[in-house]
Each structure stands twice: as C-alpha cells, then as structure tokens.
Write a protein that binds this ligand. Structure first.
Ligand code: ACM
Length: 636
C-alpha cells in the first residue's frame, strides 16, 4: 500500500472533461442525434442573446439566468444582432417542421441557434444548459455540434404518493424543477389513500378535517414493532394545488391528479361512513399487526396494505364522487384524471345485500363486473365533461371502460392486454424496476424500504414496448412512468434519495431512442456530472458505489483495483482488513494492485463520499485465491 498516489488521476475529473469526450455532451436524456462539427463557440461577455421565438422572453430569461450562475455575467439581450456578432439565438423559425416537443441546437463558431417552440424550445434550453462546460478565465468553450432531438414517448411520467406521507408544496416544486430538467412531462399526484386524503374538497370538508389525519403509523417494516401515536397529517388547499398546476405548466409538466376509487378509500369512508357498504361496521386492523383486531368506528388507516372497506356503488356514492371530481377538474385542467381502480377487495361487495341486488338488476355476473360498472359509471361522467380516465391495470377485470387508459403496474400483462384491445397504455411495471420505493442495492446499509430490488440499471435496461405486440398494437404504448410510494418514506430527503438517480434513468428510457441507450456512457460519463450538480444544489440522491468495482466475488491471486468516482469530485475510501470504510480508511487515488496468497482471500470494502458529505452504502468485493469454503454450520 505504500505508494505515492497522484491525487488528480481518476477521481477528480472536471465536468468539462467529461463533456468533451462524451458523445452525448453530458445531456440526459441522450438526444436522438449529436453530430460533432468543426471548431468551437466561445461564450464571453461580448456574446449577445437573441430572442426570435414565439414564446416571449421566458426562454431567454431562463437561459440568461443560468449563464449568470455559470459564467458570472449576463448576456445582453437584443432582437437584432450586428452582423458577425457572436450570438445565442432562440428561434421558432422552422419549429413547425419538428416533431412534437422536438428541438434542434446548432453550434458554430459564430452562433448557437436553438430552434423550437413551447416545450420543444424549453427542452432546447435544458439541453443547452446541460452541455455547457465550466468557464475558464471568463470564457465558456462549447464544441461545434448539431443536435436533433425529440421524445420517443409522449407520456414521460412519475408518480408521487402523498397519501402515506405528506410532502409540502415547497418540496413538490423542487421536485418538479428536476423533472423538467430531465424532460419528464407528467407529474402524477396520488392524492387520496387509506392513510390520508390530501386535497381540500369544499363541498365535503370532513375529507380533510377527518380524512387527512391518521393517529399513528407502524414502526419499521410491516407489521412493525409498535404503533407510534404521533398523528401524520396534511393536505393541500385548492389554492395550493392550483399553484402547483400553474408552476408545473410553466415547465411544460402536466399534473394528473389521482382520486382513488373504489378501493384505497378508507380515509374518505372514515370521513363519510355512508360511502361504505356497512357504515356501522368497525375498522378491521390486519391480524398481522401488533394491535390487531377491530377498532370502534371507521378509521383513517395506520398501517399498510389493502383494506376490505371500499366504496359502495350507490347513487349517493356516485353523487359524492361526481361532486368531488367536479372540484378536482376545476383545479386540474389535464385531459386525464387518474381514478385508481387497483386493489379493491370484493369481500364487502359479496356480503352486501345492496351490492348483490344491484348486480342482479344490472345483469352483472360477478363482483369484477360490478367493479367494471363502477369504473364505467365514472368514466361516462368524466367523458361527459371532456376528460378521460386513467386506471391501474385492475380496471381490465370485468371489462375495460370504453375509453380508458391503462397503467400497467403488475408486470406488463395488463398493458399488453389493453394494447391488444386498442386502449392506450402507460407502462410502469414494478417487476422491471419502475417502483422506485424499492431498494437500490442489497447492502444492509440501505434504509428501511418496502422491499423489492430496483437499482437504476434495472430501469435503464427496461424497454416499455413489449416485443409480443404487433407494430399496430405498439402504437398504444404512450409512455412509461416510475412510481414513488411512500409507506416508508417520511422525509423529503428520503424521497429524493429514492428518486435520484433513478429518475434520470427513467428520463432516458422515456425520451431517447432504444438504439441510443448506452449504460456505460450513462453511468460513467454523464451521471457523475449530474450527480455532482444535485450534490451542489442540496438535492439528496443515492450515491452509487465506485465505477469499476465488481459486486460479484472475483477469483485469482493478483488483482488490479481500478476505480472511478461515480460522482464528480467525490472521494473513494477503502479497506482490505474487513473494517468498515470511512474517511479514516485509505483514500483511493490511482489504480493499485492487491496480491492474495494462495489459499486465502481478502475483501475490498469501499465507500464513496460526495463533496457535500453524502455517502454511498459500503460496497464489498471478495478477492478469493482458493480459500477453503466456510461451511454454514461451521459458523455456529
Ligand atoms: C399499486 O401499486 N397498487 C398500483
């Protein structure tokens, strides 16, 4: 280990060095095409900013604000540059010929021209910001290039569950900023749950007076080891929700609200028990919990899972839901309203004389058809108001509502079936890594999660268009989404840790053509720069383990350990004496050799510490040179 290390190799690679050698110029998601040209554009104080777009000064202001932070000076804005004046031009001329949300960027030594309109021009500005290297002596040198870019999917979404835990508007806005930066255009806001109703509804004040408060939550993983009795509460006023819609729209993000029905409705039922088949029935708490049994009256649920108490399909319930949805539609102008539809147990409907009579009267052969009747009734109402519904894939059961879009979460089967029935589909299969509440590594250092395994590489590997579909059916796959359920996510920092870098991988599979996917370039060239940016901005993220470290045991006698920091500017510390690495371990500065004697093994343990102090989990690689196997029972 006694080696003089050069501190500047491997670890401290500047953002611009990455950008220069990176075929994607540091842009996430990777553009459709990037063609290098000759020369460079040198941005300095003499450069002017020219607005010839149809979008007012919004985009130039955005770019200029960024240039101030990057260069330390603002560019002078003008409509008409002098001939031969170095300029950044934002224009909509020719934008009508571009695909929806598309843009081009042309960099020559004289000009940078960003072409697009609306979302397209906004995305051109995001890409321009991402490809801009750091300044050197008050100049920013940008390589000449032609970029042509547009999205693979029109729906690029992410869902945030605010029912299990409530997150303030300030956080929602901070989150939306990052979605926009990565060209994600849909924020699916899961507003109602068994554990909390989070949106003010003026006609039904008890929804938030009662439904937005639960009096406790299990501690640790389900079924928990106790029930802490601190209330969890919070809701958005209609004005706050409107402000989120306005803020998102400024960044070309559509907010799709979700109002869950007929299941996951305990909070609504606790507020208005007549929405249940059995208004007088007490709440049943799962017998797996430490406080199992029945509780007097209806409850906002304090534990996780699926609950039998669901909406009764009565005229009163439909009136309630229509009134609620009227207020929802007045807040959210989105074409789509998500109506849930998942995990609705049929137990109460089976036991209810009212439901059984209704089924006879309507000629419905089972409770799945009753669920379909429920969804179709709501769909008809929404369609009559000019809106369309999205539902989780259970809405296929008992017959799909005629115009519904299906969100496929239980694998891809629901999405495949829906596309075959000529229905639009959003792919969000938990089994393919799109459930970003799942854990990001198998390390015991991971925080408490719901389980599962969804490292960002798994999302990156996913193609939302199933191969079994015909060319015609594939057109119904409108996009892809990642879901952040928050049973085990109480804090905004933890929400961010779950979201990043996985949302960056999502952005790439949602936007970039399949043939542009390149995990090595993504992980090793672009991601480190983007994570360093998040680090600097005070946005939490999951710090990846060192690039180049095997997560599988290696066999042999001589090993060269050649690592790279997964976050630009981060440090890697390591041990080979089984100790847990920290700042007091060896600092990795350059590749080194480890020799393991015959019949022995070593364990390389590393930790990455980002400039802010954020840490990775400990990563371990066993280096084995024929060490005898330790039998499981020998450990006892
Ligand atoms: C879901 O995860 N229940 C849609």
């Amino acid at each position: 280990m006694k080696k003089v290390f050069s501190i500047f190799t491997a670890v401290l690679i500047s953002a611009s060095a990455f950008a220069q050698s990176d075929p994607n110029l540091g842009i996430i998601p990777a553009p459709v095409s990037v063609t290098k040209a000759n020369g460079t554009f040198i941005l300095d104080k003499t450069t002017v900013l020219v607005n010839q777009s149809i979008d007012g000064s919004k985009m130039t202001d955005l770019l200029n604000a960024f240039i101030v932070t990057k260069a330390g000076f603002a560019l002078r804005e003008t409509k008409t540059p002098q001939p031969n004046q170095k300029a950044i031009v934002l224009t909509s001329v020719g934008a009508d010929q571009l695909p929806a949300e598309g843009y081009t960027i042309k960099v020559t030594p004289k000009q940078i021209v960003l072409t697009g309109k609306g979302a397209g021009l906004f995305y051109a500005v995001q890409s321009a910001m991402q490809m801009m290297p750091d300044k050197v002596a008050d100049k920013i040198t940008i390589p000449a290039v032609n970029i042509n870019d547009y999205p693979r999917f029109s729906y690029r979404g992410t869902m945030l569950d605010v029912g299990r835990h409530f997150f303030p508007v300030s956080f929602i806005k901070k989150y939306i900023d990052q979605l926009a930066y990565y060209k994600i255009n849909t924020f699916h806001w899961h507003l109602t749950e068994d554990q909390g109703w989070r949106l003010e509804i003026k006609k039904y004040p008890k929804l938030t007076q009662i439904g937005s408060v639960r009096n406790g939550t299990i501690i640790g993983n389900y079924p928990g080891n106790g029930n802490y009795l601190t209330p969890v509460k919070g809701f958005y006023t209609q004005d706050e929700a409107k402000e989120v819609v306005r803020y998102a729209a400024e960044k070309y993000i559509t907010v799709i609200p979700e109002i869950e029905l007929p299941g996951h409705a305990s909070a609504a039922i606790a507020s208005y028990p007549e929405l249940s088949c059995f208004p007088d029935r007490d709440t049943f708490i799962s017998d797996k919990t430490p406080w199992a049994g029945s509780r007097k009256g209806k409850q906002v649920q304090q534990t996780w899972g699926v609950f039998d108490d669901i909406f009764v399909p009565s005229a009163n319930t439909f009136t309630f839901l229509e009134n609620v949805l009227d207020e929802v539609m007045a807040i959210f102008p989105s074409k789509y309203i998500h109506i849930g539809g998942d995990e609705a147990p049929k137990t109460y409907w089976k036991e209810s004389a009212f439901c059984q009579n209704l089924m006879k009267e309507k000629g419905l052969k089972d409770e799945h058809e009753l669920q379909s009747y429920f969804i179709q009734t709501i769909e008809k109402y929404m369609n009559s108001k000019g809106r369309s519904i999205i539902g989780w894939d259970e809405i296929l059961e008992g017959g799909l509502a005629p115009n519904a879009t299906v969100m496929s979460w239980r694998g891809e089967d629901g999405g495949i079936a829906a596309a075959q029935q000529k229905h639009d589909v959003i792919m969000t299969p938990g089994s393919m890594g799109l459930y970003i509440d799942h854990k990001q590594s198998n390390s015991p250092d991971e925080p408490v999660t719901i389980g599962g395994f969804a490292p960002y590489q798994k999302i990156y590997a996913y193609d939302p268009v199933p191969k079994v579909l015909t060319a015609e059916e594939r057109k119904y796959i409108k996009g892809v989404q990642a879901n952040l359920w928050t049973e085990y996510i109480k804090t905004t920092a933890k929400a961010e840790n779950h979201a990043f870098p996985r949302l960056l991988a999502l952005a790439e599979i949602a936007w970039s053509p399949v043939e542009r996917k390149d995990l090595k370039n993504f992980s090793e060239q672009r991601l480190p720069v983007h994570l360093a940016r998040l680090d600097k901005m005070g946005i939490n993220f999951w710090v990846p383990t060192p690039i180049g470290q095997s997560d599988k045991p290696l066999t042999g006698g001589d090993f060269t350990i050649d690592l790279k920091a997964p976050v630009t500017g981060a440090k890697i510390y390591y041990t080979i004496d089984l100790a847990r690495p920290s700042e007091s371990a060896f600092l990795y500065t350059a590749p080194f050799k480890i020799t393991v004697p015959q019949g022995e093994k070593r364990v390389l343990k590393t930790i990455v510490i980002a400039p802010s102090g954020r840490r990775s989990v400990t990563a371990e690689t066993v280096l084995n040179n024929g060490a005898p196997e330790v039998k499981a029972d020998a450990k006892k």
